[in-house]
Ligand binder design. Sequence first.
Ligand code: ARG
Length: 464
Amino acid sequence: MASQIWGGRFSGGPSDIMEAINASIDFDKRLAKQDIRGSRAHCAMLVAQGILSKDDGEAIMAGLLKIEKDISDGTFSFKRALEDIHMNIEGRLSDLIGEPAGRLHTARSRNDQVATDFRLWVRAAIDTLDDGLRGLQTALIDKAEEHADTVMPGFTHLQAAQPVTLGHHLLAYVEMTGRDRGRFADARARMNESPLGAGALAGTSFPLDRERTAKDLDFDRPMANSLDAVSDRDFALEFLSASSILSVHLSRLAEELVIWASAQFGFITFSDAFSTGSSMMPQKRNPDAAELLRGKAGRIIGAMNGLLIVVKGLPLTYSKDMQEDKEPVFDAFDTLELCLAAATGMIADISVDKATMRDAAGAGYTTATDLADWLVREKNVAFRDSHHIAGQVVKLAEDKACRLEELSAEDLHAVDERLTADALSVVSVEASVNSRTSYGGTAPDNVRAQVAAARQRFLSGEKR
Ligand code: ARG
């Protein structure tokens, strides 16, 4: 017999296999809070518009309160036979209050209901990730301040290029994660419209007040087109694309930490709290958390690809394919929430081997540019010529198997007579980073100013 809420025109129930492929309750129970909130807003509006009696409205509200409590206590029994969160809640409401429960779905469809629930959920997820990002930025900014004048090699092509400060390097990630927060905020603003009242697809003949329900749910306005309201999932895709870009940033940071922690680099050590050992090799301290951060990006990008492919060929409006929208979003959110916590903990905990970093900063003739710049500034040599002269100095140091700062005044003079003894003052790594005072440059004083600015830009506002 058809016991389903939609079973009026059916004489048989679904097969077990049909039930198994159709049911979404195992995952969409995560929308329970949002579903109840949406139902409250809808119910209050129906009463205010005279579509539902006050008494029925009160019975529904009381039933929803009980259901909400049971769900948060963990005593609610979710049933696969009732397919999804919407029908599980309505089914329970009917057990609790009888006939009035059947009036709640007036002028509503699961299509506008699920779109509403999911927007509310993604909006809250963005707020949670924003808190996580803010936490990561705090850890990065604190470390940057601590290492405003810790010198390290800056790389291009993973070849030592010019000395930079570790603080400057960490602040690069503060900028990236700042844009991540901006992307989520932009997506949030765009998704903050209410689908509720769109009905199954065409709107409804009942005199709804969609402005009221939108306001009640803290949406900026009702969505203007009912067909669009029930059928687009671009808000979930925007969430996943901002998530993917963030995961790529975290992955790049993680990869750098892995490299820096290697014996060959020896720049940093992870704390015990963020390292693992090897079951065979007693000496190992493995950066598993960082590696997982790097690996999880694949999963998040996979979630985005997956949903894009689900949605790409769907005709308007709702199709059941769209039930596939939730798991990738839930998974990406859970993964990112954990990744942000791990990245924050790792950064806060790393210890830095300043001497090794400083030593590496001066290897590979990283201050050759400073010598070329000195010739331009002090001797009015054209940069293309000074570049050539500095190259000859590098060659000489290479022949003598020494660093630029170990060359003597005579060595320099022998390469070019304009290279007087005071040219030596610019080839130390400290002199090099101290001179990089252009806006956005790596000089320690700049870094300290940028630390203060970053605190102001990213951490001073109220948390949501
Ligand atoms: N569980 C469904 C989903 O997640 C809810 C909407 C069902 N609508 C429908 N017409 N069958 O998409």
